[in-house]
Design a protein around this ligand. Sequence first.
Ligand SMILES: *Cc1c(COP(=O)(O)O)cnc(C)c1O
Length: 398
Amino acid sequence: MNQAFEGKLQTDLDALKKAGTYKHLRHLTTPMAAEVHMEEAGDVIVLSSNNYLGLADLPEVVEAGKRGLDQFGAGTASVRFICGTFSIHRVLEERIAEFLGTPAALSYVSCWNANTGLFATICEAGSAIISDELNHASIIDGVRLASKARRERFKHSNMRELEEKLQSVADCFPVVVVTDGVFSMEGDLARLPEIVELARKYGAIVVVDDSHGTGVMGKTGRGTIEHYGLTGQIDIITGTLGKALGGAAGGFVAGSNALVDTLIQRSRPQLFSNALPATVACSSLAAIEYLESHPELVERLRDNTRYFRDALNRMGYKPLDSESAIVPIIVGETAFAIAVSDKLLKAGVFVTGFGYPVVPEGTARIRVQISAALTKDEMDRALAAFEKVGRETGLLKV
Ligand SMILES: *Cc1c(COP(=O)(O)O)cnc(C)c1O
């Protein structure tokens, strides 16, 4: 062991602990659901998972995964283009494309993987990528890998600045504008109608990563694009199977046939890394099918979100406005946000505090994420904990 190196790691870790930003892992012993058992805290209500539709422990989803394991075994032991493509990959990809209204789709082992495999493949020298400054880390890293492309950033949802950037890359081709559909720390939506209009005006293509919007936004849960009535008008959609759509893992790129074919030929995670395990492909497919036949789940999620948000407002909290299932409550300093979430955990509610550097200094927050799986009784118990902790910590006056 190299003592100098170990010493450096320990010094850095100690600094995190001193700053109150050190992350402690919590260990669950039951499936992800509205209530879980946590080794460190006992039985708690979960308000911080991405299990928006409660499909992670749905018997239909779990059973489909088991059948997938029986039929296909543990995995492909190969990359896609050698001998690592099972028939279930094709079925899943056709279903994702149909669900999103695109001609084709391609699965990856995660959306992180999809984003890091997309931009470097489609953006060579002479191209440009324009990215919202609050885009997800996987988009930022994916764009970085397109090192030959010209890379520009615009202020969050600032359309004037987006237009300036579009003008500044007029000599590039292709020009790609990329945005989250739902921004995970604010819960707000991308201004897609304006982005699409600007992209058309300047001949650019639009990429939307709708990881937090899929299963959540739109009348039938097809995402932010459905919400805005823009189905069929977005060039490329990326997303995850690890949030609302079953919660296991997996991601995808959806778009034209030529795009998907290009990614099969040249996207590096496709060429050099194993395919999505068949068991996950099967459980994700079951989750999509379940959502297609139960659109009322999306309505329940929306009702739950409205119920919880209204109750917080009545109590005196002032959550950020948003149309998604993300309800952020700004509390100020990072250490305070962590202290509040610790107190909530002791009161039986698991909700995460986020601080600097994930969000700007002074805007640390408690991020509530609502699930369709929450019953009214569970929400009322969680709200009682928010009231108690709010008074103890001074977040609520009197
Ligand atoms: C969660 C998330 C991802 C990562 O998804 P994984 O499938 O877990 O890798 C990518 N992009 C956005 C916008 C996300 O919210």
